[in-house]
Design a protein around this ligand. Structure first.
Ligand code: FNR
Length: 396
């Protein structure tokens, strides 16, 4: 007999069947300004909508009478096996969404045999993440600062903590313009104002979590322990004015510097054209992440799914090509694979889970995507992730 679940978090998460359901829970559990920061995008949010619409427009063409019992979801990335073609994208300020933050996400990723990418503006250090999820595959997303010594120090620490891959994000010379955040008066990190206090009263479970588990109480609302992952103290204030400190004139010279300083795998994130893809691989990157930053940077950039085939064609079969922006369903993973991606990254999909219920919510998000993906493979008549091919998909 199943015992009724009284814990409201468990009940809400158990009832969530789609990423959209998790998003609906997150709206109710998280202060508006925080939810909007995650959910929103740049300017008129055209790119964010376009990215999702491109996935929705895809048609899948099944092949029947080829029964599949348990499809093999695994795939190889850089010659190593991962459990399915899914990676956790880097997201900044993750402890603002839920106090369990990056550690929770990294633990879920490790449990599922999937890589996790920690952001430079994460709220946990590389050492925190390594300790929280030993045995997990950890990547470090790098925003280069103008301070070369600091850049080198970040890389050294990521290396010492066992991180395998550096992701250089190139689409953020300045922060995108987010009207919702401006209207909400959001500051990063959030400051304690009447509005935030009001928010705490309206979202008691979110606030209670913070007050009971983070001894710094109000500081957890205002300070968030933010700053560059892995660096603390005086660098934090500098990073709060991120536009000033992060290198706004990133160039191929920086890529060459990074290639010389980072001995392992190097990916460039934010590539949207075959030309850029070719140049960064020639500049020493092992591959690219085709991304429009979830529509959060330059609005009116193309949907990633539509530029993916040209980029794969330009780079050939050997380079690693990962896609993100707008992935909310297992079939989106399938579509990206069919059009040439080795794997996809998710950002908001797991953040909705995190906001809805911390680590258990992230777990729910991955379970939903994995089940959708596995079932869709079976319905298509495919035995394995690696069996997905271009002819299983039509783009009308
Ligand atoms: C991001 N993203 C991001 N990317 C990055 O390189 N460094 C960062 O610090 C952040 N921070 C960040 C915060 C939040 C709240 C979001 C939603 C996203 C972009 C992220 O890595 C990824 O490219 C997008 O999230 C992909 O789009 P979806 O999956 O959110 O639609």
């Amino acid at each position: 007999l199943r015992r009724p679940t009284l814990n409201p978090v468990e009940r809400r998460l158990g009832a969530a069947l789609t990423i959209g359901d998790l998003r609906a829970v997150a709206v109710r559990t998280t202060p508006r300004a925080v939810f909007d920061y995650v959910d929103g995008a740049a300017d008129a949010e055209l790119t964010a909508r376009r990215s999702r619409a491109a996935f929705a427009a895809v048609e899948l063409v099944p092949e029947y009478l080829s029964p599949v019992d348990h499809p093999d979801l695994s795939t190889r990335l850089f010659g190593r096996e991962i459990a399915m073609p899914l990676i956790f994208a880097p997201t900044g300020y993750t402890r603002m969404m839920h106090h369990e933050g990056e550690a929770a996400v990294a633990r879920v990723a490790a449990r599922h045999g999937l890589p996790y990418a920690l952001s430079t503006v994460g709220t946990s250090t590389v050492e925190d993440v390594a300790a929280a999820a030993p045995g997990g595959e950890h990547w470090f997303q790098l925003y280069l600062t103008r301070n070369e010594r600091l850049n080198a120090e970040l890389l050294d620490r990521a290396l010492a903590a066992g991180f395998t891959t550096v992701v250089l994000t190139v689409d953020t010379p300045v922060a995108g313009r987010h009207p919702k955040d401006m209207r909400n008066g959001l500051t990063i990190p959030p400051s304690l104002t009447l509005r935030t206090l009001f928010g705490m009263a309206r979202y008691p479970s979110w606030a209670l979590n913070k007050l009971t588990t983070a001894p710094i109480t109000f500081a957890s609302l205002s300070g968030m322990g933010g700053g560059v992952s892995g660096v603390s103290g005086d660098t934090i204030d500098a990073v709060r004015v991120a536009d000033v400190v992060f290198e706004p004139t990133l160039s191929y010279e920086h890529l060459a510097w990074l290639r010389a300083h980072w001995p392992y795998r190097l990916l460039v994130k934010g590539v949207l054209s075959p030309r850029d893809a070719r140049r960064v691989v020639e500049g020493g990157a092992d591959g690219v992440i085709v991304s429009n930053h979830g529509g959060r940077q330059l609005d009116r950039t193309p949907a990633t799914l539509t530029v993916l085939p040209g980029i794969r064609e330009e780079l050939g079969p050997d380079a690693t090509v990962i896609l993100d922006s707008g992935v909310t369903h297992g079939q989106d993973i399938l579509a990206a694979r069919a059009l040439g991606a080795d794997a996809v990254m998710i950002g908001r999909a797991y953040l909705y889970g995190l906001m809805a219920g911390g680590e258990r919510g992230v777990e729910r998000a991955v379970t939903i995507l994995r089940e959708e993906y596995a079932r869709s493979l079976q319905l298509l008549g495919l035995k394995a992730s690696d069996a997905i091919a271009r002819h299983h998909l039509r783009m009308p």
